[in-house]
Write a new protein. Structure first.
Length: 194
């Protein structure tokens, strides 16, 4: 059995050295560790802290050590929190304050083969899916996300929580879509299971 390589991220790291292959040399931001990955299927472990937005352009596993209560990716209100390519998984993060014009302020996924598990998407916005655009979400909480202007230009679609996603065992609370032709405050064009 081949063990995938592991890369480490710690916001408070004081001796950050690529390729970030131990806690002692951990990257201080997630994007640096993701960019250092050279093999598909590698694991990036992230410990407690608040981190900047990132784009994952190769298939890997991105996982927080202690869960969404203490590990946050903050979009700062001016950009999306996370972009995920096909075959990528993200687990155990809070994604907040993300804004992406076309949709997916919390997370924008290339397809439903990008998977989020045990994440909290809160206070994100985007015209098609305030919280999530695409992707498969498992055991996630989507709350207080917004599709701010679902008008005829966008065909009236909305999906405050999610658009074009598959949601399994997820909780939707207080999401909304606004606009003359808005649809789906919780979700739009999604499959929901349990």
């Amino acid at each position: 059995v081949v063990t995938p390589p592991v890369y480490y991220v710690a916001a408070g790291s004081t001796h950050s050295v690529a390729p970030y292959n131990s806690w002692a040399t951990a990257a201080t931001n997630i994007q640096d560790a993701v960019d250092a990955v050279t093999e598909p299927g590698a694991v990036v472990l992230v410990t407690n802290g608040t981190y900047s937005p990132l784009a994952v352009l190769g298939p890997l596993v991105l996982r927080s050590v202690n869960g969404p209560q203490v590990t946050t990716i903050d979009g700062g209100g001016s950009g999306g929190c996370v972009y995920l390519t096909n075959g990528t998984s993200l687990s155990g993060f809070t994604l907040t304050n993300g804004y992406y014009y076309d949709g997916g302020g919390g997370v924008r996924c290339e397809s439903t083969s990008a998977v989020l598990s045990n994440c909290v998407l809160v206070f994100n916005s985007g015209f098609l899916g305030g919280g999530a655009y695409g992707g498969t979400l498992n055991n996630c909480i989507l709350t207080n996300n917004l599709a701010p202007k679902a008008d005829l230009y966008y065909g009236g679609y909305g999906g405050g929580g999610a658009f074009g996603s598959i949601l399994n065992n997820c909780t939707l609370i207080g999401n909304s879509a606004r606009g003359t032709y808005a649809s789906g405050g919780g979700v739009s064009f999604c499959f929901l299971n349990n």
